[in-house]
Design a protein around this ligand. Structure first.
Ligand code: SF4
Length: 124
């Protein structure tokens, strides 16, 4: 897993301690991340976070993502890894799971359509 722009806090209840992004591992998008200084710890849940607090924190993180110049790259990274925790590219972990399921379904449908087209072409 790459060094994230924001530090994961899956088991901690303290604000994130940010470290410089590693461009060599993550690509140039990493250094432009709007969340490089996540002093508020918006992007990962502290342990035992109440639902209302989680929803408010995730919305605040998404507002940061919405003005981030590398949101598309970040989102694609998080989908391809896939990153299991935190807000990445404006999506929560649950939203990424839905996006990945849609992508897999679309890929299956495209493959099936291509196979059908090949059979029709072969039949002449
Ligand atoms: S899109 Fe969000 S999570 Fe990704 S680098 Fe930008 S601010 Fe950070």
């Amino acid at each position: 897993m790459l060094q994230p722009p924001h530090q994961p806090l899956p088991f901690a209840a303290v604000p994130a301690q940010r470290t410089p992004a590693r461009e060599d591992d993550a690509g140039p998008w990493h250094s432009d991340a709007a969340c490089r200084r996540d002093e508020a710890g918006l992007f990962f849940a502290p342990s035992k976070e109440p639902t209302a607090a989680r929803l408010a924190r995730e919305e605040a993180a998404k507002r940061v993502c919405a003005r981030c110049p590398v949101m598309v790259e970040c989102q694609e990274h998080a989908l391809m890894q896939p990153e299991p925790y935190g807000v990445w590219g404006g999506l929560t972990a649950a939203e990424r799971r839905v996006a990945l399921a849609r992508r897999r379904r679309r890929d299956i449908e495209l493959t099936a359509a291509a196979t059908t087209a090949e059979h029709i072409a072969a039949a002449g």
